[in-house]
Design a protein around this ligand. Structure first.
Ligand SMILES: Cc1ncc(COP(=O)(O)O)c(C=O)c1O
Length: 489
């Protein structure tokens, strides 16, 4: 910033720190300084203006209190973004204690009678219990007590081999040595946090993002930087600026049908993201929780399948397509992290259940996983179409939603001035359940979106539930409009 742009009048009755603060705000309004620009160091500006250091400290404090700027400890003050589009929200080092927080989604209360658009987990009537029972019985007869011993911490070898073979269909070339079996994707996130991250490292996450990942990262006392998620992936120029400034160890991303927005990265951005990871030596943690559920053929390649530099740690959950209670998933681990991730897994639960691993191996080899996948994709696709039909027909015009390329989540945006938490509170005891957008941010802040999931709602429930939801939304819009018209007393 050009210091000459800041002018003060020492004869004025307006205190100097207020003059300086006002000057900086005017420079921002005039576009002379921009979002994310750094303010001059305190000593430099005080010398330039020939005022006391404390005057500048007070001016900067005022700007920070008014949220015009934000502070980065050890670095300085930066102009804060006005709109969410540009926002890279930073958690302060000061708050980064390693505490274990409750995952925000786990705090939701849903009644039995509700049409549940909140949960991202399928209902148990879709679980392939009969087929899986056959696989379990087969394993019990075949392996007897072996199935109940501790397994290799890396995972049952035959399963790692079958997964490695299966991954070829997804254009992913892996070896059984690079596959790590985990007790669900959440454990994978936690193990990566344990083995890759140290106190005060920086992790980049999309904003909004999955709260379970935030909970795992926070438990390590890391600094989390949130980058706004756009419909085709985060802004790559912004990302590069942030990488340069914070030198993050890792970025956590969901490339396909992101949770909660449903947004999918463009092919161009996938390539750019990998190039940035290479250029700045940053790991990417790819959480593929519904990659199979893209309904168009284009653009569903995972980052891992494009990862020629071996920097992507890939995590796969089976919870949305098979059964969440199996507590089974896997990771593909870059060579250089193989041992530390294995150590973290061992320290966490020694090994994933041998019986479940063996049964899933049989299930996969017999083609039953493919059968289940096909069936679930068909069911979800019908719900997806129903959802689009109902939202197009009933959503008030001032409310927008994004049509995802697949998956199970819809992101519905209320007008910017509205708070979806207030809407959620107003309907939380009614017959539908939704998730307010603030659940998916690191910090508590106002958000105008809601997440709707089709994982646990049948088509007839979608029809009834969306009509109800849109009625409540219309009432909420009316109430807010009336409030805006009220005179300020
Ligand atoms: C994006 C994402 N990652 C990971 C998980 C955890 O999955 P798992 O049940 O395999 O632990 C979830 C669960 O909802 C999720 O939505």
């Amino acid at each position: 910033m050009n210091l000459d742009a800041i002018k003060i009048d020492k004869t004025s009755k307006i205190p100097l720190y207020i003059q300086i603060s006002n000057q900086i705000k005017s420079l921002l309004d005039e576009g002379i300084i921009e979002v994310e620009d750094k303010l001059p160091p305190i000593r430099l500006l005080s010398q330039h203006l020939n005022v006391n250091n404390v005057t500048i400290v007070n001016a900067y404090q005022l700007l920070s209190d008014e949220k015009v700027t934000y502070k980065v400890r050890g670095s300085g003050s930066y102009i804060a973004p006005k709109s969410e589009e540009l926002m890279a929200q930073i958690s302060e080092f000061d708050n980064a204690e390693n505490q274990v927080y409750q995952m925000k989604e786990a705090q939701m209360v849903v009644h039995d009678y509700t049409i549940n658009f909140a949960t991202a987990t399928p209902k148990s009537n879709l679980f392939p219990v009969t087929d899986f029972k056959k696989a379990i019985n087969y394993v019990l007869d075949r392996d007897l007590g072996e199935a109940f011993g501790y397994q290799e911490a890396k995972g049952y070898l035959s399963l790692r081999e079958s997964i490695s073979g299966y991954l070829l269909h997804q254009n992913i070339h892996s070896t059984p040595e690079n596959i790590q079996i985990i007790s669900g994707a959440q454990q994978g996130l936690d193990i990566v946090a344990k083995s890759v991250l140290n106190y005060s490292d920086v992790v980049l996450v999309e904003a909004p993002t999955y709260s379970g990942a935030i909970a795992s990262f926070r438990s390590r006392g890391v600094k989390i930087v949130q980058i706004p998620m756009l419909v085709d992936g985060v802004n790559m120029n912004k990302l590069e600026e942030i990488i340069k400034r914070y030198q993050p160890k890792m970025m956590y991303t969901m490339i396909n049908c992101q949770n909660p927005t449903g947004y999918t990265y463009s092919m161009k951005k996938k390539d750019e993201l990998l190039l940035l990871a290479k250029k700045y030596n940053m790991f990417i943690l790819e959480d593929d929780y519904v990659g199979e559920l893209i309904y168009s053929k284009q653009n569903s390649l995972s980052l891992k399948s494009l990862d020629s530099n071996n920097q992507v740690i890939y995590i796969k959950s089976f919870s949305k397509i098979l059964m969440p209670g199996l507590r089974l998933g896997f990771m593909i681990v870059p060579d250089k992290l193989n041992q530390s991730i294995l150590n973290a897994k061992q320290a966490t639960d020694i090994s994933t259940s041998g019986l479940i691993q063996r049964a899933f191996d049989v299930y996969l080899r017999n083609g039953q996983w493919e059968k289940q996948l096909k069936q679930m994709k068909k069911i979800y696709y019908k719900r997806y179409q129903k959802m689009i039909e109902m939202l197009n027909e009933h959503l008030p015009r001032s409310i927008n939603y994004y049509v995802p390329k697949g998956g199970i989540l819809f992101w519905v945006e209320l007008p910017k001035t509205m708070d979806s938490r207030v809407f959620y509170e107003s309907i939380k005891h009614k017959e539908i359940a939704i998730v307010p957008g603030d659940m998916f941010y690191y910090s508590d802040r106002k958000n105008n979106a809601i997440r709707l999931s089709i994982a646990a709602v049948q088509e007839d429930e979608i029809e009834e539930g969306i009509k109800l939801l849109c009625g409540y939304l219309r009432d909420f819009l009316c109430m807010n409009k009336q409030k805006e018209k009220l005179p300020i007393l």
